[in-house]
Write a protein that binds this ligand. Structure first.
Ligand SMILES: Cc1cc2nc3c(=O)[nH]c(=O)nc-3n(C[C@H](O)[C@H](O)[C@H](O)COP(=O)(O)O)c2cc1C
Length: 338
C-alpha cells in the first residue's frame, strides 16, 4: 500500500476543494526542494506529435494546475507534458462554492469551477521560471462576463501573454461551466475564432508553435464530423477530446440521483470513459490522420491509455484518476505501457 492509499480516507474526509488547496500547499513545499528526482523514462515511451518531442505520451490534463504553480512536481512525478489553465485574460473568482464534488465509489468527479483564474498576466509571469525539458501547454479561455460575440478578443488577449511562455496552446471551447462557451464549437462560430487565433499566432512570429482545440463529449456525431472539417481546413495543429460531460445518463442508478442532487457541472472520470472513447473514435475516423488527437476523458490505467493510443491518439491526458489513485498511478501507467 502506498502513502496516498494510506492517507486517502483522511484526504477524502475533507471538502474536495480544501483537500485540493492542502495538496497544492504541500506540493509547493516539495517544489522548493533544491533537487527533485528526475524520472527515468525509457526511450520506448517517446512520442512525437505536432512537431514536439514528448518523453512519454502521458500528460496532465488542464484544470488541475490552473496557475502553473507545481510544474517541477509534475515533471518529477513523470508526466511528459502538463496543460496549465484554463487561464482567462483577466482574473476572475469562478463560481461560488461548493463547486467540486467527488464520488469515490464510482471514480467520478463533478465540477462547476467556472474558470477560477488568476488571470493571464500573473500566470505568464510565473511561467517565466518554468522548468526546462517539460512540455507545457497553455489552455486558454474567456472571462465569464465577456459576451460571446467578443470571445475572440479574450482568447487573443490571453494568447498574447501566455503563448510566448509555453510549448503549445489549447483553446478551450468545451467547458460546460461558462455559459455559452460551448456554442463556440459550432462551425460558423469556430471558423472566425480559429482564423483570428492563427492570424495572431503569425503576427507574433509563433507559426511553429502548435495550436490545439479542446472539444466536449456532448456533440452529435454529425457535428463532430463538421467540426473536424473546420479544424483541418483552418490549419490548426490538433484536437484534444474530451472535456467533461453534462450527460447525467453516464452515471448508473442509484448514484445518478445523488449526482443530480449536487446541481450543475461537468462529469469526469470512470463514468465518462465509454462516451469519451466513442467520441474520440468518431473524430479519428473523420480526421483520417490529417491532424493528431490528444486523448482525454476517463483514462485511468495503462490499458485505457494503450487503448486510446491503439485507437489512433497521439498522446493521452489524465485528471480524475490521479485524484482517486494518487501520484503512483503515473508510474503504474508507464510500467504497463512498457
Ligand atoms: C475539477 C476539474 C476542473 C477542470 N478544469 C478544466 C479547465 O479549466 N480547463 C479544461 O480544459 N478542462 C478542465 N477540466 C477537464 C479535464 O481537463 C478533462 O478534460 C476531464 O476531466 C476528463 O478527463 P478525466 O476523466 O481524466 O478527468 C477539469 C476537470 C476537473 C475534474
Amino acid at each position: 500500500m502506498n502513502l496516498y492509499s494510506a492517507l486517502r480516507p483522511l484526504i477524502f474526509r475533507l471538502d474536495p476543494e480544501t483537500a485540493h488547496n492542502l495538496a497544492f500547499w504541500l506540493g509547493a513545499r516539495v517544489c522548493s526542494w533544491p533537487r527533485l528526482p528526475d524520472p527515468e523514462l525509457p526511450a520506448t515511451l517517446r512520442r512525437s506529435a505536432f512537431g514536439l518531442a514528448f518523453p512519454t505520451p502521458l500528460g496532465l490534463a488542464a484544470g488541475l494546475d490552473k496557475g502553473a504553480t507545481l510544474l517541477p512536481l509534475w515533471k518529477a512525478l513523470g508526466f511528459g507534458h502538463v496543460e496549465i489553465g484554463t487561464v482567462t485574460p483577466r482574473p476572475q473568482p469562478g463560481n461560488p462554492r461548493p463547486r467540486l464534488f467527488r464520488f469515490p465509489e464510482a471514480g467520478l468527479i463533478l465540477n462547476r469551477m467556472g474558470f477560477n483564474s488568476e488571470g493571464a498576466g500573473i500566470v505568464a509571469a510565473r511561467l517565466r521560471n518554468r522548468p526546462a525539458d517539460l512540455i507545457v501547454g497553455g489552455n486558454l479561455g474567456k472571462n465569464k462576463e465577456t459576451p460571446e460575440a467578443q470571445a475572440l478578443d479574450d482568447y487573443r488577449a490571453a494568447y498574447r501573454l501566455i503563448a510566448p511562455q509555453v510549448d503549445y496552446t489549447a483553446l478551450n471551447v468545451s467547458s460546460p461551466n461558462t455559459p455559452g462557451l460551448r456554442d463556440l464549437q459550432a462551425p460558423e462560430a469556430l471558423k472566425p475564432l480559429l482564423a483570428g487565433m492563427l492570424d495572431l499566432r503569425r503576427e507574433m512570429g509563433l507559426e511553429r508553435q502548435p495550436l490545439l482545440l479542446k472539444l466536449a463529449p456532448d456533440l452529435a456525431p454529425e457535428d463532430l464530423d463538421a467540426i473536424v472539417e473546420v479544424a483541418v481546413a483552418s490549419g490548426i495543429s490538433g484536437l484534444i477530446a474530451t472535456n467533461t460531460t453534462l450527460d447525467r445518463g453516464v452515471v448508473e442508478e442509484p448514484l445518478r440521483a445523488q449526482v443530480e442532487s449536487k446541481g450543475a457541472g461537468g462529469l469526469s472520470g470512470v463514468p465518462l470513459q465509454a462516451k469519451a472513447r466513442e467520441v474520440r473514435r468518431r473524430i479519428l475516423t473523420a480526421l483520417r490522420g490529417r491532424l493528431p488527437l490528444v486523448a482525454c476523458g476517463g483514462l485511468g490505467s495503462a490499458e485505457d491509455v494503450q487503448g486510446a493510443l491503439d485507437d489512433g491518439a497521439a498522446l493521452a491526458q489524465i485528471y480524475s484518476a490521479l485524484i482517486f489513485e494518487g501520484p503512483a498511478l503515473i508510474q503504474r501507467i508507464h510500467e504497463g505501457l512498457i
